[in-house]
Design a protein around this ligand. Structure first.
Ligand code: ZN
Ligand code: ZN
Length: 890
């Protein structure tokens, strides 16, 4: 078999992914042996399109899933999608809008059908894209949060929580989106600082003794005022507490009350209280038993309670109220005022607090256990600092409003009795009202917050509430990999629900992925136009290169900066591996058959050295993966493959390969073994190219019960071909000597093929012995540095003339200058170059040190200058070092 000249990523990606699926390699079987390793995918929204965040998240999951599978663990990775209530409903509503239809004109049943049709047509897109990335999910266990079995789990949890008094229905103030016409949870509201105004309005006291002035950012809500409040400690108002004022424009008499929640420093120190339109006022109102008067409807228009203002929009009403107050001389002044305004996270419309009946989960009792489970280490966050974020939220959590006035989602399993109004809660539709036995029951119109079903994902997808084999084998799951932005929405809620329903945490480890930024460190946004589409870069560089880059850049706790040159470097890495494999294949002559292991004692130093490096790489990669340090694992792999295996060992193997006989056999064995093992290590990161190469080398591998494909081959274990300490020192001397000669070669301008004469003058104790004892490494250094002569001098010998010398810790390495080499001229040229670079470097530093530049230049410009200054700085260092080498030479 032979490898083609270049690697064709597209062909390999299609061929192997399909093969692995056909052969069922990713299908888990709970009855098979092996310690379980399970992971549930954060289900992307069914409306989703693969973005870099997904690509990173899925790559890291796939790396660890593939490693565990190859390590023989009983591995399950559950894929699926989230119905994404409000997001999906909005997408379909926008479509309807193009046809001049609304969901209301369509009716609920027809609308739901429309959404299902949309889902069937487009909902699989994102999952298809995950396959393109190489995700080794068990597609036979694909789930959708609205599947019948998952819906059953939702109903079951709802009923249990209700029976335990942890779900209740109440008329309370909630966040409302007037465009989506639904309640929102606190987390679905985005707060933004906005320039607004503060209106000062006089409320006349009914006893004729004057007026009390309140300050408000929302004058239109005064129509719903039911009190004026001051701080109990505020001496300015102590005489007024208990008096009554006449509410302007409305005429209602309301009381002046004292409440500690009032900030005496805000406005005049007196505030209007509108319980139905403000969260603080609502709390104060409930404490004082105030009436709750709602003056707006669910579409953000003024309601009948607003009297003459009925039907106006909020904006129109504000203008009208302000004008009317002015006309009556009650508007004292208007001041500019910056304050936070909440917006719907789905459609950006300003959110209105609205008084309505909703369903809530009492979170505090659930939160306690979720906090404890992380405190006592049952679940660990990586990086650890995210635990603080998790604790801070759970310790201050409010009750969770779980009802949504949407049509797309799990309809709440509550049935209202038309006769007695009582709600009967049941997983399946009950025949009668549990209170009055009436059969006239109507199911609650509202659906549940999307995150309610997502919170059950780690066990609903394993078959809960049935006691399935999957549940028994794979719960708790081993690991969750997700973004920091959904620690509250999702991670914390899964913890609460897992502990509540199963008494055990849903996962042992939580790895929080870094945020992906562009090469300048900026967030990727549509408006900046710097969004990188993973599908496009997968096409350009190959999926393996994209995966390797993402893993290599995933440093725990740091943002991931994705620069295109990193992708190009990963593509070059893939090519390097390909070429190395071609070299190995070309040197395996004869019919393919397993190459038997060669005794360690029959191996040369270089061979034992590369096997030692291989063991070290295996140990390093395995350890890093276990600690979720994907970048460290990728880096070690890169170093081993590129520098140790390709740059060194392949070069050193050329001579014994030519020599024939036992030495040739040994080199072949080590090449095949090295390539086989490095491909196994590489496979989780670059699954396609590794499988493609492995298939050609597979016939030469001598292993009992060898797997037919790399995807299920055994993950390597560190071997015991360790080098002795002396041999290790020898090889490091060899590498240092080679590097020293090579840098001297380039300093003196030798052609790449030109042979040089070099000497080593040992200075450190024992260096001379090592050089003599391991004559082997001297030949390696000569091969690698293209030296025709490498002589070891007596340690007391004089430094040779016409040579340029590098001083190492244990000795000096010198290279003879080419005939007629003009040292003075070389020094002058180097000096000139150094001067140029230094001048340039100083210029950049001055610019960066200039306060005016720092204040005015754009961030991008600053970054460019900083980067250039850094490059010039390191060039300067190199030139200075080179000049020093030439300094004393003649
Ligand atoms: Zn909205
Ligand atoms: Zn009833």
């Amino acid at each position: 078999m032979e490898l083609s000249k270049t690697f064709d990523p597209k062909a390999a990606e299609e061929r192997w992914y399909q093969r692995w699926i056909e052969l069922g390699y990713f299908t888990a079987d709970p009855q098979k042996p092996g310690e379980a390793f399970s992971i549930v995918i954060p289900p992307p929204n069914v409306t989703g399109q693969l973005h870099l965040g997904h690509a990173l998240n899925v790559t890291l999951q796939d790396v660890i899933v593939r490693v565990r599978r190859m390590q023989g663990r009983n591995t399950l990775w559950v894929p699926g999608t989230d119905h994404a209530g409000i997001a999906t409903q909005n997408v379909v509503e926008r479509e309807l809008g193009k046809e001049k239809l609304t969901r209301h004109s369509l009716g609920r049943a027809a609308f739901e059908q429309r959404v299902w049709a949309w889902r069937d047509a487009y909902g699989g897109r994102i999952l298809h894209q995950l396959r393109k990335l190489g995700a080794s999910c068990d597609w036979t266990r694909e789930h959708f949060t609205l599947d019948p079995d998952l819906s059953r789990a939702v109903n079951e949890v709802f009923v249990r929580l209700y029976r335990d008094g942890l779900i209740y229905r109440d008329r309370r103030l909630i966040n409302w989106c007037p465009r989506c016409e639904t309640a929102l949870s606190d987390l679905e509201v985005e707060h933004r600082e906005t320039d607004g105004q503060l209106y000062y309005i006089a409320y006349p006291l009914t006893d004729g003794s004057g007026a009390i002035t309140v300050a408000t950012t929302r004058p239109e809500t005064m129509l719903g005022d039911t009190a004026v409040a001051v701080s109990p400690d505020d001496a300015r108002f102590s005489a007024m507490v208990g008096k009554r004022v006449r509410l302007p424009l409305v005429g209602r008499e309301i009381e002046v009350i004292a409440d500690a929640a009032v900030d005496p420093k805000f406005g005049t120190g007196a505030v209007k209280i509108t319980p139905a339109h403000d969260f603080n006022d609502f709390a104060i109102g409930r404490r004082h038993g105030l009436a709750e008067i709602s003056v707006m409807d669910t579409r953000g228009r003024m309601s009948a309670e607003a009297g003459v203002y009925r039907g106006l929009s909020i904006k129109e009403c504000r203008e009208a109220v302000v004008n009317d107050l002015k006309a009556q001389g009650l508007l004292e002044k208007i001041e500019p005022h910056r304050h936070a305004v909440g917006a719907c996270s789905r459609c950006d419309t300003a959110v209105e607090p609205l008084l309505s009946f909703q369903w809530f989960v009492k979170v505090a009792p659930l939160a306690g256990k979720a906090i404890a489970a992380v405190r006592n280490g049952e679940t660990r966050f990586h990086p650890r600092f995210w635990e603080n974020t998790y604790f801070a939220w759970l310790e201050n959590v409010h009750d969770w409003c779980i009802s949504r006035q949407l049509w797309w989602g799990h309809r709440i399993p509550a049935y209202r009795c038309s006769r007695c109004e009582h709600f009967t809660i049941a997983a399946d539709r009950p025949a009668r009202c549990e209170k009055c036995e009436s059969t006239e029951l109507v199911q609650e119109e509202d659906v549940l917050d999307t995150w309610f079903s997502s919170a059950l994902w780690p066990f609903s997808t394993l078959g809960w509430p049935n006691e399935t084999l999957d549940l028994k084998k794979y719960y708790p799951t081993s690991l969750l990999i997700t973004g920091f932005d959904i620690i509250f929405f999702w991670v914390a809620r899964m913890m609460m629900m897992g502990l509540y329903c199963l008494g055990e945490v849903p996962f042992r480890d939580v790895y929080i992925t870094p945020l992906v930024r562009d090469q300048h460190g900026r967030k990727m946004t549509k408006s900046r136009g710097n969004v990188v589409d993973p599908l496009v870069i997968m096409d350009d560089y190959g999926t393996d290169a994209v995966r390797f880059t993402l893993a290599q850049l995933a440093v725990q706790g740091r943002d991931l900066i994705l620069a295109q040159d990193r992708l190009a470097a990963s593509k070059a890495f893939a090519n390097k591996i390909w070429n190395a494999a071609r070299f190995v294949m070309m040197n395996l002559s004869g019919a393919p058959e397993p190459i038997p292991a060669v005794e360690v004692s029959a191996l040369d130093l270089a061979e034992r050295w590369i096997l030692d490096r291989l063991s070290d790489a295996i140990a390093g990669v395995t350890e890093a993966i276990d600690a979720y340090q994907f970048n460290t694992a990728a880096l070690r792999l890169y170093q081993f493959i590129w520098h140790e295996f390709c740059d060194w060992y392949i070069e050193l193997a050329k001579e014994p390969l030519k020599a024939g006989g036992e030495r040739q056999a040994a080199a072949r064995y080590v090449l095949v073994r090295g390539l086989d093992q490095l491909l196994r290590l590489l496979h989780p990161f670059m699954p396609f190219i590794s499988e493609e190469i492995w298939q050609t080398i597979r016939p030469y591998i001598d292993e009992r019960d060898l797997a037919p494909h790399l995807a299920i081959a055994k993950f390597p274990q560190a071997g015991n071909e360790k080098l002795s300490e002396e041999e290790k020192v020898a090889m490091s001397h060899c590498i240092e000597t080679t590097e020293a000669i090579n840098s001297l070669r380039s300093l003196m301008g030798f052609h790449p093929g030109q042979r040089v004469t070099a000497t080593i003058r040992p200075t450190g104790a024992g260096a001379e012995d090592i050089a003599r004892e391991f004559a082997a490494w001297m030949t390696y250094a000569m091969t690698m540095a293209k030296a025709e002569k490498l002589e070891v001098l007596e340690s007391g010998a004089e430094r040779p003339r016409s040579m340029v010398t590098t001083v190492l810790e244990w000795g000096e390495v010198s290279v003879k200058a080419p005939d007629g080499f003009d040292f003075d001229k070389a020094r002058r040229a180097l000096r000139k170059k150094l001067d140029d670079v230094s001048t340039h470097h100083e210029q950049h530093l001055r610019r960066l040190g200039n306060p005016e530049f720092q204040a005015k230049a754009a961030a991008e410009m600053k970054e460019q200058i900083e980067q250039r200054a850094e490059e010039l700085g390191s060039q300067r260092k190199v030139l200075e070092a080179q000049l020093q080498l030439l300094g004393g030479a003649e």
